[in-house]
Design a protein around this ligand. Sequence first.
Ligand SMILES: Nc1ncnc2c1ncn2[C@@H]1O[C@H](COP(=O)(O)OP(=O)(O)OP(=O)(O)O)[C@@H](O)[C@H]1O
Ligand SMILES: [Mg+2]
Length: 241
Amino acid sequence: MIVIRDLYKAFSETLRPLQGVHLVAEEKTNTVLIGKSGSGKSVLLKSIVGLLEPDKGSILVDEVEVVDSRQDTLQKIRHNVGYVFQSGALYDSLTVGENLAFPLEKTRDLSRGEINDRVAYYLEQVGLPEKIGRMPSELSGGQRKRIGVARTIVTEPKYLLYDEPTTGLDPLTTKEIAEFIVKLRDDLDITGIAVTHDPYCLQIVADTVAYIDEGIIKFSGHTDEARQTADPFLKAFFQTV
Ligand SMILES: Nc1ncnc2c1ncn2[C@@H]1O[C@H](COP(=O)(O)OP(=O)(O)OP(=O)(O)O)[C@@H](O)[C@H]1O
Ligand SMILES: [Mg+2]
Protein backbone atom coordinates (compact mmCIF):
# COMPACT_ATOMS: atom_id res chain seq x y z
CA MET A 1 0.00 0.00 0.00
CA ILE A 2 1.12 3.57 -0.66
CA VAL A 3 0.05 6.05 1.99
CA ILE A 4 0.68 9.75 1.47
CA ARG A 5 0.05 12.07 4.39
CA ASP A 6 0.12 15.84 4.58
CA LEU A 7 2.61 16.24 1.75
CA TYR A 8 4.01 19.67 0.92
CA LYS A 9 6.20 20.79 -1.95
CA ALA A 10 6.97 24.36 -2.95
CA PHE A 11 9.40 25.60 -5.59
CA SER A 12 9.05 29.25 -4.59
CA GLU A 13 6.91 31.58 -2.49
CA THR A 14 4.20 31.59 -5.15
CA LEU A 15 4.70 28.15 -6.74
CA ARG A 16 3.30 25.64 -4.26
CA PRO A 17 1.94 22.58 -6.08
CA LEU A 18 1.49 20.36 -3.01
CA GLN A 19 -0.07 21.87 0.10
CA GLY A 20 -1.11 18.99 2.31
CA VAL A 21 -1.85 16.06 0.02
CA HIS A 22 -3.47 12.95 1.49
CA LEU A 23 -3.77 9.92 -0.76
CA VAL A 24 -3.97 6.18 -0.22
CA ALA A 25 -3.38 3.69 -3.02
CA GLU A 26 -4.87 0.40 -1.88
CA GLU A 27 -3.23 -2.89 -2.82
CA LYS A 28 -4.19 -4.32 -6.21
CA THR A 29 -6.25 -1.33 -7.24
CA ASN A 30 -5.75 1.39 -9.81
CA THR A 31 -6.04 4.97 -8.63
CA VAL A 32 -6.47 7.53 -11.37
CA LEU A 33 -5.16 10.98 -10.53
CA ILE A 34 -6.69 13.89 -12.40
CA GLY A 35 -6.39 17.65 -12.18
CA LYS A 36 -5.66 20.76 -14.23
CA SER A 37 -2.40 21.14 -16.06
CA GLY A 38 0.21 22.41 -13.59
CA SER A 39 -1.74 21.20 -10.54
CA GLY A 40 1.09 19.01 -9.25
CA LYS A 41 0.26 15.53 -10.55
CA SER A 42 3.71 14.80 -11.92
CA VAL A 43 5.34 16.40 -8.87
CA LEU A 44 3.35 13.99 -6.69
CA LEU A 45 4.34 10.92 -8.72
CA LYS A 46 8.00 11.97 -8.76
CA SER A 47 7.91 12.44 -4.99
CA ILE A 48 6.79 8.83 -4.52
CA VAL A 49 9.96 7.48 -6.13
CA GLY A 50 12.17 10.17 -4.61
CA LEU A 51 12.90 11.98 -7.88
CA LEU A 52 11.75 15.13 -6.10
CA GLU A 53 12.17 15.87 -2.41
CA PRO A 54 9.01 17.08 -0.68
CA ASP A 55 9.36 19.81 1.96
CA LYS A 56 7.19 18.15 4.56
CA GLY A 57 4.92 15.16 5.09
CA SER A 58 5.11 11.42 4.68
CA ILE A 59 5.01 8.86 1.88
CA LEU A 60 4.92 5.25 3.02
CA VAL A 61 5.49 2.49 0.47
CA ASP A 62 4.77 -0.80 2.24
CA GLU A 63 5.38 1.08 5.48
CA VAL A 64 8.82 2.30 4.40
CA GLU A 65 9.21 6.08 4.54
CA VAL A 66 10.33 7.73 1.29
CA VAL A 67 10.59 11.34 2.49
CA ASP A 68 14.13 12.17 3.65
CA SER A 69 15.19 8.55 3.25
CA ARG A 70 18.71 7.47 2.40
CA GLN A 71 19.89 6.53 -1.07
CA ASP A 72 19.91 2.78 -0.35
CA THR A 73 16.32 2.93 0.92
CA LEU A 74 15.29 4.86 -2.18
CA GLN A 75 16.94 2.25 -4.35
CA LYS A 76 14.90 -0.50 -2.68
CA ILE A 77 11.72 1.50 -3.13
CA ARG A 78 12.48 2.06 -6.83
CA HIS A 79 12.96 -1.69 -7.15
CA ASN A 80 9.28 -2.10 -6.23
CA VAL A 81 7.87 1.03 -7.82
CA GLY A 82 8.05 1.38 -11.60
CA TYR A 83 7.58 4.78 -13.20
CA VAL A 84 6.21 5.20 -16.71
CA PHE A 85 7.47 8.63 -17.73
CA GLN A 86 5.30 11.13 -19.57
CA SER A 87 7.86 11.11 -22.40
CA GLY A 88 8.61 7.37 -22.53
CA ALA A 89 12.30 8.06 -21.84
CA LEU A 90 13.79 5.36 -24.07
CA TYR A 91 17.53 5.08 -24.68
CA ASP A 92 17.97 6.26 -28.25
CA SER A 93 21.19 4.35 -28.87
CA LEU A 94 19.72 0.96 -27.86
CA THR A 95 17.29 -1.18 -29.81
CA VAL A 96 13.80 -1.74 -28.46
CA GLY A 97 14.81 -5.18 -27.20
CA GLU A 98 17.91 -3.78 -25.51
CA ASN A 99 15.81 -1.02 -23.93
CA LEU A 100 13.67 -3.67 -22.27
CA ALA A 101 16.58 -5.93 -21.33
CA PHE A 102 18.55 -3.09 -19.71
CA PRO A 103 16.49 -2.64 -16.51
CA LEU A 104 16.33 -6.43 -16.11
CA GLU A 105 20.11 -6.78 -16.34
CA LYS A 106 20.56 -3.91 -13.89
CA THR A 107 18.05 -4.82 -11.24
CA ARG A 108 17.05 -8.47 -11.53
CA ASP A 109 19.03 -11.66 -11.17
CA LEU A 110 17.97 -13.52 -14.32
CA SER A 111 19.66 -15.69 -16.92
CA ARG A 112 20.05 -14.49 -20.52
CA GLY A 113 17.31 -16.90 -21.58
CA GLU A 114 14.92 -15.65 -18.94
CA ILE A 115 15.64 -12.06 -19.94
CA ASN A 116 14.99 -12.82 -23.62
CA ASP A 117 11.74 -14.60 -22.76
CA ARG A 118 10.51 -11.73 -20.64
CA VAL A 119 11.42 -9.10 -23.23
CA ALA A 120 9.56 -11.05 -25.91
CA TYR A 121 6.57 -11.59 -23.61
CA TYR A 122 6.13 -7.91 -22.76
CA LEU A 123 6.65 -6.74 -26.33
CA GLU A 124 3.88 -9.14 -27.27
CA GLN A 125 1.73 -7.73 -24.46
CA VAL A 126 1.99 -4.18 -25.80
CA GLY A 127 1.38 -5.47 -29.32
CA LEU A 128 4.79 -4.70 -30.80
CA PRO A 129 6.77 -7.97 -30.91
CA GLU A 130 8.11 -7.21 -34.40
CA LYS A 131 9.88 -4.06 -33.18
CA ILE A 132 12.41 -5.92 -31.05
CA GLY A 133 15.37 -5.04 -33.27
CA ARG A 134 14.31 -1.50 -34.23
CA MET A 135 15.74 1.74 -32.85
CA PRO A 136 13.44 4.12 -30.90
CA SER A 137 13.89 6.74 -33.66
CA GLU A 138 12.17 4.33 -36.06
CA LEU A 139 8.97 4.21 -33.96
CA SER A 140 5.88 6.37 -34.06
CA GLY A 141 4.98 8.45 -31.00
CA GLY A 142 2.37 5.95 -29.88
CA GLN A 143 4.72 3.03 -30.37
CA ARG A 144 7.39 4.75 -28.26
CA LYS A 145 4.80 5.20 -25.55
CA ARG A 146 3.89 1.51 -25.61
CA ILE A 147 7.55 0.51 -25.52
CA GLY A 148 7.97 2.91 -22.57
CA VAL A 149 5.22 1.05 -20.72
CA ALA A 150 6.77 -2.32 -21.62
CA ARG A 151 10.20 -1.13 -20.47
CA THR A 152 8.79 -0.26 -17.04
CA ILE A 153 6.69 -3.36 -16.49
CA VAL A 154 9.33 -5.80 -17.69
CA THR A 155 10.79 -5.86 -14.17
CA GLU A 156 7.32 -6.73 -12.80
CA PRO A 157 7.34 -4.19 -9.98
CA LYS A 158 4.66 -4.31 -7.29
CA TYR A 159 3.62 -0.71 -7.92
CA LEU A 160 3.38 1.19 -11.15
CA LEU A 161 3.10 4.93 -11.56
CA TYR A 162 1.90 5.96 -15.00
CA ASP A 163 2.28 9.59 -16.04
CA GLU A 164 -0.18 10.12 -18.90
CA PRO A 165 0.19 6.65 -20.42
CA THR A 166 -2.24 7.30 -23.27
CA THR A 167 -1.72 10.96 -24.14
CA GLY A 168 -1.34 11.40 -27.88
CA LEU A 169 -2.52 7.90 -28.75
CA ASP A 170 -5.40 7.05 -31.06
CA PRO A 171 -8.62 5.76 -29.39
CA LEU A 172 -7.93 2.10 -30.18
CA THR A 173 -4.39 2.16 -28.80
CA THR A 174 -5.64 4.14 -25.80
CA LYS A 175 -8.16 1.39 -25.14
CA GLU A 176 -5.48 -1.29 -25.46
CA ILE A 177 -3.09 0.46 -23.07
CA ALA A 178 -5.88 1.18 -20.58
CA GLU A 179 -7.05 -2.44 -20.70
CA PHE A 180 -3.47 -3.54 -20.29
CA ILE A 181 -3.19 -1.49 -17.07
CA VAL A 182 -6.28 -3.35 -15.82
CA LYS A 183 -4.77 -6.67 -16.87
CA LEU A 184 -1.58 -5.88 -14.93
CA ARG A 185 -3.71 -5.35 -11.84
CA ASP A 186 -5.68 -8.56 -12.39
CA ASP A 187 -2.90 -10.89 -13.54
CA LEU A 188 0.15 -9.54 -11.70
CA ASP A 189 -1.59 -7.90 -8.72
CA ILE A 190 0.05 -4.60 -9.60
CA THR A 191 -1.10 -1.54 -7.67
CA GLY A 192 -1.21 1.47 -9.95
CA ILE A 193 -1.47 5.22 -9.81
CA ALA A 194 -2.16 6.69 -13.23
CA VAL A 195 -2.28 10.35 -14.19
CA THR A 196 -4.48 11.07 -17.16
CA HIS A 197 -6.41 13.84 -18.88
CA ASP A 198 -8.39 11.26 -20.82
CA PRO A 199 -11.89 10.43 -19.48
CA TYR A 200 -11.97 7.33 -21.67
CA CYS A 201 -8.75 6.00 -20.13
CA LEU A 202 -10.07 6.81 -16.63
CA GLN A 203 -13.30 4.99 -17.36
CA ILE A 204 -11.45 1.77 -18.11
CA VAL A 205 -8.66 2.01 -15.54
CA ALA A 206 -10.02 3.62 -12.38
CA ASP A 207 -11.02 1.75 -9.25
CA THR A 208 -10.62 5.04 -7.43
CA VAL A 209 -10.48 8.60 -8.75
CA ALA A 210 -8.40 11.24 -6.97
CA TYR A 211 -8.72 14.87 -7.97
CA ILE A 212 -5.95 17.30 -7.11
CA ASP A 213 -6.65 21.02 -7.01
CA GLU A 214 -5.06 23.96 -5.20
CA GLY A 215 -2.46 21.72 -3.63
CA ILE A 216 -4.77 19.18 -2.04
CA ILE A 217 -6.79 16.12 -3.00
CA LYS A 218 -10.22 17.72 -3.33
CA PHE A 219 -11.99 14.47 -4.08
CA SER A 220 -11.18 10.80 -3.68
CA GLY A 221 -13.66 8.02 -4.31
CA HIS A 222 -15.40 5.94 -6.93
CA THR A 223 -15.89 7.15 -10.49
CA ASP A 224 -19.67 7.26 -10.05
CA GLU A 225 -19.36 9.59 -7.06
CA ALA A 226 -16.83 11.75 -8.93
CA ARG A 227 -19.37 12.16 -11.72
CA GLN A 228 -21.94 13.55 -9.33
CA THR A 229 -19.90 16.29 -7.65
CA ALA A 230 -20.61 19.93 -8.38
CA ASP A 231 -16.96 20.81 -8.97
CA PRO A 232 -16.65 22.54 -12.38
CA PHE A 233 -13.48 20.67 -13.36
CA LEU A 234 -14.96 17.26 -12.56
CA LYS A 235 -18.21 18.19 -14.27
CA ALA A 236 -16.36 19.23 -17.43
CA PHE A 237 -14.11 16.17 -17.24
CA PHE A 238 -16.98 13.71 -17.14
CA GLN A 239 -19.19 15.57 -19.57
CA THR A 240 -17.15 14.17 -22.45
CA VAL A 241 -17.98 10.50 -21.74
N1 LIG B 1 11.60 20.79 -10.98
C1 LIG B 1 10.77 21.83 -10.92
N2 LIG B 1 11.22 23.07 -10.61
C2 LIG B 1 10.39 24.12 -10.53
N3 LIG B 1 9.06 24.05 -10.73
C3 LIG B 1 8.55 22.86 -11.04
C4 LIG B 1 9.37 21.69 -11.16
N4 LIG B 1 8.58 20.64 -11.48
C5 LIG B 1 7.33 21.14 -11.57
N5 LIG B 1 7.31 22.46 -11.31
C6 LIG B 1 6.11 23.32 -11.27
O1 LIG B 1 5.17 22.75 -10.37
C7 LIG B 1 3.84 22.86 -10.87
C8 LIG B 1 3.22 21.48 -10.97
O2 LIG B 1 3.89 20.78 -12.01
P1 LIG B 1 3.48 19.32 -12.48
O3 LIG B 1 4.48 18.90 -13.47
O4 LIG B 1 3.29 18.45 -11.30
O5 LIG B 1 2.06 19.60 -13.16
P2 LIG B 1 1.04 18.52 -13.73
O6 LIG B 1 -0.16 18.53 -12.87
O7 LIG B 1 1.75 17.23 -13.94
O8 LIG B 1 0.66 19.19 -15.14
P3 LIG B 1 0.42 18.52 -16.60
O9 LIG B 1 -0.98 17.98 -16.55
O10 LIG B 1 0.54 19.68 -17.52
O11 LIG B 1 1.47 17.47 -16.82
C9 LIG B 1 3.96 23.58 -12.22
O12 LIG B 1 3.67 24.94 -12.02
C10 LIG B 1 5.40 23.39 -12.62
O13 LIG B 1 5.87 24.46 -13.37
MG1 LIG C 1 2.41 16.15 -15.60
